[in-house]
Each structure stands twice: as structure tokens, then as C-alpha cells.
Design a protein around this ligand. Structure first.
Ligand SMILES: Nc1nc2c(c(=O)[nH]1)N[C@H]1C(S)=C(S)[C@@H](COP(=O)(O)OP(=O)(O)OC[C@H]3O[C@@H](n4cnc5c(=O)[nH]c(N)nc54)[C@H](O)[C@@H]3O)O[C@H]1N2
Ligand SMILES: Nc1nc2c(c(=O)[nH]1)N[C@H]1C(S)=C(S)[C@@H](COP(=O)(O)OP(=O)(O)OC[C@H]3O[C@@H](n4cnc5c(=O)[nH]c(N)nc54)[C@H](O)[C@@H]3O)O[C@H]1N2
Ligand code: SF4
Ligand SMILES: [Mo]
Length: 695
């Protein structure tokens, strides 16, 4: 008999609402949840390839303990009890010597983050971090410093916008299905797209206007745009007067940053910069300068992201229809409670609250404590700064390949006494683990409910569609079993997923049966917008958009430091990384279908420079930086700025268990140096210089 499930995809962390049709425990189809119009019935190629991972015998098939050297691929399959007892016994020994603060838990933020944070609090370690900071830590700091909300708490009103400016936000390849479909609808109604990237991407090809910027030139471009907008009085004066703190300082600051000055930094002609400022301003306030995800990750990134938010402020676009909006949650929809949590329980006092990464403390005073600074993990392990780190729970995050400088990451991981991994595949770090506690794939498991804050908030549910193919468990179960064995079981008062759901819904007039029909419960039929003349609840100390930021100034970090010119390196290329539509970060390269679509990465280089180096298209080349080197094929093209080289993230896997992706391509992390933004701690993944030569 056919069964239809409405659940949340997790082939990437966008978590699109999907419909899964199952017959006799076999998945017949995966498509967009038809109750969510913006999905338009579709999913991206990775969502469609989910069954490839589900049925893959190269997945981790059950709990395992390592028998050979780290990375040798030698394991023994064990029972869950044996794996959990082994982990807990090792932890107890190590904690007796170094304290439980010697444990770090890292994860890709996911639906059990409330439970994983509770776990670390319950065992007495302050060291929990999510992927967020290595993904978009500078954007987070920039947004919090200016509007008091994180980038995760805002979004673009894609459907109503008249002009969007994207800086390397390659939305048609690095997709979020709902946003992309909604924006295509707006473009069909005439919305314009200006796309800025040193590389011609699919998004560039679909844009109204594309600008091939010099890598790292975005901050200079924005200062020049701000200069023109102020000089020509193109801003929304009423909005700026009501909502912007520090406008006068901004006017003085951008005075020297003329379009002519920016031309050499950006390689965009001054006249084009002036034209762009005028064009976008015509459509204000229904415009979006998008704060981005990745792309343009340089050591001054916080200031680049702040400059984007300044442009939105000048356009009056925050809380305007077709601009940016602050996401609305349960309270805004008239509920007087939120989803129940576990992390708000009263946990035992911690012996030492210093974090391994100094996040929210000495090293990165204004980085987001809820996310941590994952970039600091190898530093903390190798230097025992501020104290020895001995245990790593890598539960749905890969610190080997998802931090720059793979060589250093490997050295750090090898120094640990215990690596416990929870994965669905043999990821880079999983392959080095001492114990693997495999999680069931998202189609095989139910997870805690997700609060879907938005213009029209909703609560969303992931529900198991099929039985686990192998001996795997959901992480909320695994974490509880570990807590039980470490004497912290009392903080996890649930047995089943229904217990968790009921706890989350305890204070709300919503029942779990309400999710049956569509997979989500809508909390508002109409978009909730605040009155932009007087009702925007910015969460900064002044209640305004802070160009001069109290958060930064209080930490002795300047709000508007002078611009630092880009450096150059004769004969080298600035290496940029990114994604393609067929793969998610480091996790899908071994998927049978997706591996078939894009089996390896290549290095893009400019045709004229290639010619001078004697490199032809498809030649094998050696790429080298101060951090490492590798060999891969060259893609020679005029579609990339001469100073830039580009490669896809996610390749260069060395886990023998992942046979299709084994040794295909080169990991960008092998080449990237440990460069970072000093304010946010987020890695400067696009800043490394590499050389390229024929072999
Ligand atoms: N298919 C697919 N979709 C995804 C993901 C995935 O793995 N695969 N991952 C999701 C995640 S985690 C994220 S963070 C987002 C990422 O979404 P994006 O940020 O849109 O994605 P990237 O592919 O990393 O693209 C970065 C782009 O920035 C450009 N770039 C590099 N340096 C510069 C510069 O100095 N200036 C400018 N203007 N551009 C520059 C690169 O050429 C590249 O095209 O995508 C999400 N969606
Ligand atoms: N060098 C370099 N580093 C980067 C980036 C880059 O472009 N270059 N991009 C950055 C960005 S934008 C991001 S978002 C991060 C992402 O960093 P990560 O979160 O580390 O990357 P992912 O590929 O999402 O997956 C990590 C691991 O989770 C496993 N996994 C997948 N699904 C599940 C599941 O359901 N349960 C469990 N337990 N495990 C699962 C995967 O198999 C994989 O081993 O990396 C950042 N780091
Ligand atoms: S973007 Fe694709 S892979 Fe990511 S959640 Fe949506 S359908 Fe799944
Ligand atoms: Mo990301």
C-alpha cells in the first residue's frame, strides 16, 4: 500500500518541506511538499538523489570501534551497548584526568541542537560549537552589530522585491528551493538582479546585470556605492532619520571613497558604480542588497557584510515590502509561549566556564556564543590553549575538511585521545574516529520539531518515512544513551520522539496530530510586517540600525575602520571556493547519482593567464599554496577574473570506505591557509594565494 509522508529534507541544511511516497517500505518518489506553494512540487538534484544515500551499502552500517591505525579503515562492528559503553568508559577516564571541559562537541546546527547543547551543559563542558561560524560567522556579527538580530533571524522578501544585488550569492546553483522559486516569480514580473562575482556562475548568466569584480573588491565597491548614494541624496531620508544611528559619521567616513578610487580595487569602471547606485535607488525601498552566505570570505569580512547592511539601511529596505524582513515567531503570531526546550533546565554549575575558542570571551568577544568559533579547534588542541582538549564528539560535522588547512586539522585530530563520530557516511573525520555511532538517515528518522520563523511563521516536522536500512539510531537517542552512562541521564526525560514533541508543544495550543495532513502547522495566514515608520523592533541598545555599533565600540572594536588596500602577489592566483548544484558541502560526493553527475573538481583559471603559463583546457596541473598542494584538471576559461582561481569545495576524500569519491579531485581545505576575520573568527576561505603550473 502507498503511504504519503510530509517531512523535511536533509540532503543539505536548507531543510526543504518535501513529500515522500513510500510503497512496501520502498521510497517511490521525493518531491516538494505540494502544500507549500513555493516548492512548486520540486526538489533540487540532491534532494532527488536522497534514495541513493538511503540504500547505499557504502554507508556506515552500524556501531563500530576502530581496530587499525586512525584512517586505516579497519573497524569491528559492535552492538550499540558495546559502542556506547566503550565511549563512556573512555570519557570517564579522560575526564578524571583533564575535567569534562576537555571535551568539545561539534555539529552542523540541526533539529537536535537543543538536546546536544543540553548534553554538554549536563556533563559540565562549555565547549559546544556549530558549523555556523565557519559558514557565515562574519555575517552573523555584522547583522547583530547593526540590527541586533542574526542573519538567521532575517530574510529577503524574494517575491515582492524589485531589485536584488547579490555578491557571490550563487542562488541558482547553491540553492534554497523556496527562495529561488519565489525569486524566479519576481523576476518574471520584472524584478532586476545585479550579480557580482569574479566568476561567471549560473546566477551571473541569469542576471539582469553582471559585474566581474576583482576578488576581494566588494568592500571597496560598497564604500563607493554608499559614497554616491549619500552625495547624490539617493537614500530614504525619512527612514534614515528615524532609524539610523551614526549617519553623520558615515557621511564623513565615505567621503574619500569615490567611484574613481574604487575602480582600481574592484576593476569595475567608476561610471558603472555610479549607474548601479542610481538604478537600485530608483526601486527603494523594495530592494535587497543580500548579506550573502559565502563568497568573498576575506580577513575584513565583517566590514564588508556591515557595508551591505548599511546599503539596506540607506534604501530603507529593512521591514519594507520587497526588502529584508525580520522573521516573526510564535510571539508575533499571538502565542504567549515558545516551543519547549531542554537546554533551559537548571544544570550543575560548571567548574570552568572558559571556552576552548574564547568565543564571547577573551579571543572573540562579540562572536555568537550560541555558535562558537569552530576555526579555533585545531589551535586549541595543538597548543592546549587555554587547556588540553582530549575528546571530540564530531556529531554531524567534519572538522577535517570543513576548516581551512587540512594538514593542520589532521595533526590536531591525531593528537586527540578520543574521537567519537556520528555520521551517515564515512566522512573525513569519521574515518579517523575511534568509535562511530551512526545516525539513521533523515528518511529513516523522526526529529524534534522545527520552529519555522518567517513572515508567515509555522512549526515544521521531520518524520520517519521508512524503516532504518541498517543498525542506526537517531541522534536524540544516541545522546541520551551517552548521557545516561555519564551520570547525566536526568536531563533527558524522554524515551520516544513523541515524548520530545509533546514536551515542545506543552505550552501551545497545537497537537502532534495537527502535523499529519501537511507536515507543518501554520501560525499565521497573512504575512506579519511591522510598521516601518515607527514599529520596527531593532534589538540594538538604541533600538536603531547602528552604523556606529555599541556592541563593537564597547568591545573596543571600531565600527568604521579605514579601508585596507588589497594585496597582490605576482604570478599567483587568489583561490576561491564554492558549490555546485549537484553536491552539498563535503557529504554527497559518494552518493551514487550525484557522483555520476559531478565526480571530481577542477580548477578554473583565466584563459590569458593559462596561455602565458602554457596550460591548456583539461590539462592536469599542480596547485600549491603555503598550506599544501595537489593535482587536478584545469578548466581554462574567459569566465573568471585573471587574478582568481576557483575550485569546488567537498572533493579530495581519502576515506577508503567511500569508494566512488575516494581520491577524486583535491580538497580546497588542503590549499587554504589558516586565515580568518579577527573580529568574528570566521575563516577567510577565499583569501589564499595559490600557484598553478603544468605537470
Ligand atoms: N547545491 C548546493 N546548495 C547549497 C549548498 C551546497 O553545498 N550545495 N550549501 C548551502 C550552504 S551551507 C551555503 S553556506 C550556501 C552557500 O551559498 P553561496 O554563498 O551562494 O555559495 P557558494 O557556492 O559558496 O558561492 C560562493 C561564490 O562566491 C564567489 N566569490 C569568491 N570570492 C568572491 C569575492 O571576493 N567577491 C565576490 N563577489 N564573489 C566571490 C565564488 O566565485 C562563488 O561563485 O549554499 C547552500 N546551498
Ligand atoms: N574548506 C572549506 N571549508 C568550509 C566551506 C568551504 O567552502 N570550504 N564551507 C563552509 C560552510 S558554508 C559550511 S555550511 C560548513 C559545512 O560543514 P559540515 O557540516 O562539516 O559539512 P556537511 O557536508 O554538511 O556534513 C558534515 C558531515 O555530516 C554528515 N551527515 C550528513 N547528514 C547527516 C545526518 O543526517 N546525520 C549525521 N549524524 N551526519 C550526517 C556528512 O556525511 C558529513 O560527514 O563547512 C564550512 N567549511
Ligand atoms: S535545497 Fe535540495 S538538498 Fe537542500 S533541503 Fe532543499 S531539496 Fe533538500
Ligand atoms: Mo554554509
Amino acid at each position: 500500500m502507498k503511504k504519503v509522508f510530509h517531512t523535511l529534507c536533509f540532503m543539505c541544511s536548507v531543510r526543504c518541506p518535501i513529500e515522500v511516497v513510500v510503497e512496501d517500505d520502498t521510497v517511490i518518489s521525493v518531491r516538494g511538499n505540494p502544500h507549500v506553494g513555493a516548492m512548486n512540487g520540486g526538489v533540487c538534484p540532491k534532494g532527488a538523489a536522497a534514495v541513493g544515500t538511503l540504500n547505499d551499502t557504502q554507508r556506515v552500517q552500524g556501531p563500530m570501534i576502530r581496530t587499525g591505525e586512525r584512517g586505516s579503515g579497519q573497524w569491528k562492528m559492535v552492538s550499540w551497548d558495546e559502542a556506547l559503553d566503550y565511549t563512556a568508559d573512555k570519557c570517564k577516564d579522560i575526564f578524571a584526568k583533564y575535567g569534562s571541559k576537555s571535551a568539545v562537541y561539534c555539529e552542523r546546527a540541526n533539529l537536535i541542537s537543543d538536546i546536544s547543547k543540553s548534553f554538554m551543559k549536563a556533563i559540565g563542558s562549555p565547549n559546544h560549537f556549530t558549523h555556523d561560524n565557519v559558514c557565515k560567522g562574519s555575517i552573523n556579527v555584522a547583522c547583530r552589530s547593526m540590527i541586533g538580530y542574526t542573519d538567521g533571524q532575517i530574510n529577503a522578501d524574494w517575491g515582492n522585491t524589485k531589485h536584488v544585488v547579490l555578491y557571490g550569492r550563487n542562488i541558482f546553483e547553491s540553492v534554497e528551493v523556496k527562495a529561488m522559486n519565489t525569486f524566479i516569480g519576481a523576476m518574471e514580473k520584472g524584478a532586476k538582479l545585479t550579480y557580482i562575482d569574479p566568476r561567471v556562475t549560473i546566477t551571473a548568466a541569469k542576471a539582469t546585470d553582471y559585474k566581474m569584480i576583482r576578488p576581494g573588491g566588494d568592500l571597496a565597491l560598497n564604500y563607493a556605492l554608499i559614497h554616491v548614494i549619500i552625495k547624490e541624496k539617493l537614500y530614504d531620508a525619512v527612514y534614515v532619520d528615524r532609524w539610523v544611528k551614526g549617519f553623520r559619521e558615515l557621511c564623513n567616513f565615505v567621503e574619500p571613497y569615490t567611484p574613481e578610487w574604487a575602480e582600481t580595487e574592484t576593476d569595475i569602471p567608476a561610471a558603472d558604480i555610479i549607474k548601479l547606485a542610481r538604478e537600485v535607488s530608483k526601486d527603494k525601498p523594495s530592494v535587497v542588497f543580500h548579506y550573502g552566505y559565502r563568497g568573498s570570505h576575506h580577513p575584513t569580512e565583517v566590514y564588508f557584510r556591515r557595508s551591505i547592511m548599511i546599503l539596506n539601511a540607506l534604501m530603507g529596505s529593512i521591514e519594507a515590502k520587497g526588502g529584508l524582513f525580520i522573521k516573526k515567531g510564535l510571539k508575533d503570531a499571538g502565542y504567549d509561549a515558545g516551543l519547549g526546550t531542554y537546554s533551559s533546565q537548571k544544570f550543575p554549575e560548571m567548574a570552568d566556564t572558559r571556552r576552548f575558542d574564547g568565543c564571547g570571551q577573551d579571543k572573540f568577544p562579540i562572536a555568537d556564543k550560541g555558535h562558537g568559533v569552530g576555526f579555533m579547534l585545531p589551535h586549541a588542541i595543538l597548543n592546549e590553549d587555554p587547556y588540553p582538549i582530549k575528546v571530540l564528539f564530531a556529531f554531524r560535522f567534519d572538522p577535517l575538511l570543513s576548516n581551512p588547512d587540512r594538514g593542520t586539522n589532521l595533526k590536531a585530530l591525531q593528537k586527540l585521545d578520543l574521537i567519537v563520530s556520528s555520521d551517515v557516511n564515512f566522512g573525513g573525520t569519521t574515518d579517523l574516529a575511534d568509535v562511530i555511532l551512526p545516525e539513521s538517515f533523515f528518511l529513516e528518522r523522526s526529529d524534534p520539531l522545527q520552529m519555522g520563523a518567517s513572515l508567515k511563521p509555522a512549526i515544521n516536522r521531520r518524520v520517519a518515512c521508512v524503516k532504518p536500512r541498517f543498525d542506526t539510531k537517531p541522534l536524540w537517542w544516541i545522546v541520551k544513551q551517552l548521557a545516561n552512562r555519564l551520570g547525566a541521564g536526568e536531563f533527558f526525560p524522554y524515551e520516544t520522539i513523541e515524548d520530545i514533541w509533546n514536551h515542545q508543544l506543552a505550552d501551545l495550543d497545537v497537537n502532534i496530530e495537527d502535523f499529519e495532513k501537511k507536515g507543518f502547522v501554520s501560525l499565521s495566514d497573512a504575512p506579519i510586517r511591522w510598521d516601518r515608520t515607527d514599529g520596527i523592533k531593532f534589538k540594538t541598545p538604541s533600538g536603531k540600525i547602528e552604523v556606529i555599533s555599541s556592541m563593537m565600540e564597547d568591545a573596543d572594536i571600531p565600527s568604521l575602520p579605514p579601508y585596507e588596500k588589497l594585496d597582490t602577489q605576482e604570478g599567483a592566483f587568489r583561490m576561491m571556493c564554492g558549490r555546485c548544484v549537484a553536491h552539498t558541502n563535503v557529504m554527497t560526493q559518494n552518493n551514487v547519482y550525484l557522483n555520476g553527475l559531478v565526480p571530481e573538481n577542477v580548477v578554473w583559471i583565466n584563459d590569458k593567464r593559462a596561455q602565458a603559463l602554457g596550460i591548456k583546457n583539461n590539462d592536469t596541473v599542480e596547485v600549491e599554496s603555503k598550506a599544501g598542494k595537489g593535482q587536478l584538471r584545469a578548466f581554462v576559461t574567459d569566465m573568471i577574473h585573471p587574478e582568481a582561481a576557483f575550485m569546488l569545495h567537498g572533493f579530495g576524500h581519502t576515506e577508503a570506505g567511500s569508494k566512488r569519491s575516494y581520491n577524486r579531485g583535491v580538497a580546497d581545505a588542503t590549499l587554504q591557509e589558516r586565515l580568518y576575520d579577527k573580529v568574528s573568527g570566521s575563516p577567510a576561505l577565499d583569501h589564499t594565494w595559490i600557484t598553478v603550473r603544468p605537470v
